[in-house]
Write a protein that binds this ligand. Structure first.
Ligand SMILES: Cc1cc2nc3c(=O)[nH]c(=O)nc-3n(C[C@H](O)[C@H](O)[C@H](O)COP(=O)(O)OP(=O)(O)OC[C@H]3O[C@@H](n4cnc5c(N)ncnc54)[C@H](O)[C@@H]3O)c2cc1C
Length: 387
């Protein structure tokens, strides 16, 4: 029998565990996920929107088809986890409404509607009064909105826990270490050094360490400088049986500040989120909390009755051009970085595509070669191992 290739995945956030899951299902690799137990992890902070329409942005049109395929793939993921593994990942087919309260914010939404139409994304515009028929909890001040049935949600914490449980069943080995160095050895394998002083050798390494990649020395250093953290402050609240919550995801722009309210079937309500280019400043800022609640209550007054359970800060891993960086950096060294605002949405599809590419011994994702790290660091050099 052919010996299984050893694969290390550095970083056990949603990207790392989704890749591990898809590789493990192929039953051709011996997989170890190395995750810093106290590392920064955006995965549990996120809101869990699967939003290929309302998250598409000017200048990021390139990503639209990958986002759509990712959202589409999530439907089958939810079914597999439900039917095969008996695990509920909180996938909800609710659709999304994005609303405005002022003429200026309405104009901004109309610009986005034109973008959605240009990209062939299905969305419908409505006046405020029509929207209140769809969602009676909306404020009477809502003057306009755009609805889409494409954008859904998943409970990102439930998804993450489910993936880790299934990975365990599939034989994925998970270890809690901070990786400090990744270095190629003379035979073309990679040696991983961790902060406890030990090291191990793997045939293939995939780095999915989110915003913290540039703390890893060695062969990774040249790409990790192209990743920056984008701070997001976010609130988790809860509605009771007496306080109703919207069925759909509600997004809005209040005084040009974007926001959203995501209601889960278990009563959790996620109110988010700021987007700040302030490095790793992890303070929970009073003004951010005030604005998040102020805007949410203006759009949906019932939010004022909810109980606050958590206020968190997370750091979205963004690349210099805001697109993911996925592909081989060197022979046997892959990166899956830069999922930015969409890392939950993209996670499972990235896992599928990366595992297919690695199986086929490709160095980029088929159809998405422009995600390759070569756009920042030049083409991959294939070398012959020394004897
Ligand atoms: C406020 C907020 C709201 C968001 N909402 C959404 C949303 O609604 N929908 C959506 O799709 N996306 C959303 N996102 C984005 C999403 O959370 C991220 O894109 C996604 O979590 C990135 O996953 P990741 O696994 O790549 O990185 P992370 O989740 O950051 O995980 C990185 C992992 O690598 C580990 N690590 C780092 N360095 C090392 C090291 N040296 N050695 C070992 N391990 C290491 C860390 O411990 C961590 O576990 C949101 C993000 C934020 C902050």
């Amino acid at each position: 029998m052919e010996r299984k290739k050893s694969v290390a995945i550095v970083g056990g956030g949603i990207t790392g565990v989704a890749i591990a899951y898809h590789l493990a299902k192929l039953d051709r690799f011996e997989i170890t996920v190395i995750d810093d137990p106290i590392g920064r992890r955006a995965t549990g902070v996120a809101a869990g929107m699967l939003a290929p329409v309302t998250e598409v942005n000017f200048g990021e049109e390139h990503l639209a088809s990958f986002m759509l395929s990712s959202a589409d793939y999530f439907k089958s993921v939810a079914t597999t986890f439900n039917d095969q593994y008996k695990l509920d990942i909180g996938y909800r087919n609710t659709g999304t409404i994005t609303v405005s309260l002022t003429d200026k914010d309405r104009k901004d939404l109309e610009r986005y509607l034109a973008l959605y139409r240009r990209l062939g994304l299905s969305a419908v515009e409505s006046e405020g009064s029509e929207l209140r028929l769809l969602e009676p909890l909306l404020s009477p001040q809502v003057n306009y909105g755009i609805s889409t049935e494409i954008d859904q949600q998943v409970d990102n914490r439930a998804l993450y826990d489910a993936l880790k449980r299934v990975n365990n069943r599939l034989g994925v080995n998970t270890v809690g270490h901070k990786v400090v160095k990744v270095e190629r050895d003379r035979m073309g394998d990679y040696r991983i050094f961790n902060d406890s002083g030990s090291n191990s050798l793997f045939n293939l390494v995939i780095v999915a360490s989110g915003t913290s990649s540039n703390s890893i020395e060695g062969d990774l250093k040249e790409i990790s400088n192209f990743i920056r953290p984008v701070k997001g402050q976010i609130i988790r609240a809860r509605h009771s049986i007496d306080t109703k919550a919207p069925g759909k995801i509600i997004r809005y722009s209040v005084d040009s500040r974007p926001g959203y309210i995501v209601t889960r079937s278990n009563g959790e309500v996620v109110i988010g989120a700021t987007s700040e280019e302030v490095g790793f400043d992890d303070r929970l800022k009073a003004r951010s909390t005030y604005e998040l609640l102020h805007d949410a209550i203006r759009v949906l007054p019932i939010v004022g009755e909810y109980s606050i359970e958590e206020i968190n800060v997370g750091f979205r891993p963004a690349s210099d051009d805001n697109l993911p960086i996925i592909g081989a950096l060197k022979e046997n060294l892959w990166v899956a970085l830069g999922s930015y605002r969409h890392g939950i949405l993209l996670s499972m599809y990235i896992g599928k595509m990366v595992s297919e590419a690695i199986s086929a011994e490709e160095t980029t994702l088929a159809g998405y070669e422009f995600f390759s790290p070569s756009r920042f660091v030049g083409d991959l050099q294939v070398t012959t191992p020394q004897a």
